[in-house]
Design a protein around this ligand. Structure first.
Ligand code: F6P
Ligand code: MG
Length: 444
């Protein structure tokens, strides 16, 4: 039995968590403030003086928070009254109980995962307390821009997809496996394009996503894709009725822009090849970690794809739209995805979501933040097994597709972490390395 290691925290001076809280989070907040200010005229046009007042007050609240962060003040209760307010305040209480006293639950002394999530929730609070602009997505401009900057790569991907779909009925099992592996890796590397690690700077896909796969191969530190394939094919239950045998894959989405696009291409392949009959996408209820997908982003992306001035890209968009219309694809959100909990708490704290995921044959968790939540964002030794770090979380067979952007990585071979560390000190945070890490969720 493993003792549970401590959470990563900014209290370790010089750590990546520390640098994030000291530098990256204030930079992100400053950008949020600038964006709101730049849109002042728009708010005036839409809401008159009320809009200007809301703009001022929101900026006031955000500057106040940035100051609390930079001076390591205690984390405050939320003052809004939304569906998730009570559970955030309970979570704060939980942290206070764990840390012993109120003042020690502060920006630099608490778990990094908690305070980083909390910052995005406070941005939302500032907007929600100012009704005319409550629904304004402060990250929308960046997400839109990164979508358009990746257009060329998207077209390339759609051309590839068209080639696969054209004769998908005739493909042998091995050919299907080959395409599956490619599109899984495209979706994996799509995770490089998030706007939180770059603090909002352009981080779009510029090269051909398919051609670069070979040269990226050595950077995949754990590659369990064979097990993912096995889980998917074991779920095929021939001979039963369509309804009971439907194979369902859930994708817990991460970022908008190129990454979401790669997820949609993969999901389309899964249903077109009949490896799966249903795909459930899980997104965020409000703007989160700069570039994460909300319902709006999801719909917008599909509409943009349909409207693209490229034959195969617009064809893909039309196809995706029809998957949604027919219910082959569906989009879901749940407040738990925008809470700070480690996923091992899901069964107790969001039993309805846990039960939902149990209906899947495979759950793909995209990105770094999901990996941090899967492993609890803790100081695990690199050789600890993925199952150990999951601490009982296993609603269904699951796989993390993640580029490394935080100081947690489990399931490595003895010596592997050390070797990487000596040749490339930033290996865990540069986004240059990745894992395809699987857990079967069978009780041990
Ligand atoms: O520290 C890097 C970071 O900003 C983390 O806060 C977060 O885990 C991650 O990037 C977001 O990345 P992703 O979009 O892959 O979850
Ligand atoms: Mg993200």
């Amino acid at each position: 039995v493993h003792a549970v290691p401590p959470s990563l925290s900014a209290k370790v001076v010089g750590s990546f968590a520390y640098l994030t809280v000291r530098d990256r989070l204030p930079t992100i907040l400053t950008k949020v403030i600038d964006t709101i200010h730049r849109n002042k005229n728009k708010f005036f046009e839409e809401y008159g003086e009320e809009g200007i007042r809301a703009e001022k007050q929101t900026i006031g609240l955000l500057s106040k928070m940035r100051n609390e962060l930079q001076t390591d003040k205690p984390v405050l209760e939320l003052a809004d009254e939304l569906q998730d307010t009570a559970s955030w305040n309970q979570y704060l209480q939980r942290q206070q109980d764990l840390q012993g006293d109120q003042d020690s639950v502060s920006w630099f002394k608490s778990p990094w995962l908690y305070v980083e999530c909390y910052m995005y929730r406070r941005v939302q609070e500032a907007l929600w307390l100012n009704p005319p602009i409550s629904d304004y997505d402060v990250f929308n401009e960046g997400k839109t821009q990164s979508f358009f900057e990746s257009q060329q790569a998207m077209m390339t991907l759609c051309t590839y997809s068209e080639g696969v779909n054209k004769n998908i009925e005739e493909l042998s099992r091995n050919q299907l496996l080959e395409h599956f592996n490619k599109l899984l890796q495209v979706s994996l590397w799509g995770n490089k394009c998030d706007l939180s690690i770059s603090a909002g700077q352009d981080n779009s896909q510029k090269t051909s996503p398919i051609d670069s796969l070979n040269s990226l191969q050595p950077f995949i530190l754990v590659n369990d894709s064979n097990m993912v394939w096995a889980a998917l094919t074991a779920a095929q239950r021939p001979g039963q009725t369509e309804k009971t045998s439907a194979v369902r894959v859930d994708i817990v989405l991460d970022n908008s822009g190129f990454e979401l696009f790669t997820d949609l291409v993969l999901a389309d392949f899964l249903v077109s090849s009949r490896l799966a009959h249903e795909v459930h996408f899980h997104g965020k209820c409000f703007p989160w970690f700069v570039s994460d997908v909300t319902a709006n982003d999801f719909q917008w992306t599909i509409r943009q794809t349909m409207a693209a001035n490229h034959k195969w890209m617009s064809k893909s968009g039309v196809q995706w739209k029809s998957h949604l219309k027919e219910g082959v694809w569906s989009y879901h959100d749940h407040p738990f995805w925008t809470q700070p909990h480690e996923f091992c708490d899901m069964e107790a704290d969001a039993p309805d979501l846990y039960a939902t995921l149990q209906g899947a044959d495979l759950v793909l968790f995209k990105g770094d933040l999901n990996y941090r939540k899967l492993t609890g964002d803790r100081e695990w030794a690199h050789t600890v097994g993925f199952n150990t770090a999951l601490r009982g979380f296993g609603p269904a067979p699951l796989c993390s597709l993640r580029t490394l952007k935080a100081n947690v990585q489990v399931g490595l071979q003895p010596g592997q972490g050390e070797a990487l560390g000596s040749q490339d000190p930033d290996w865990m945070t540069s986004g240059k390395y990745a894992v395809i890490q699987f857990s079967s969720a069978e009780s041990e």
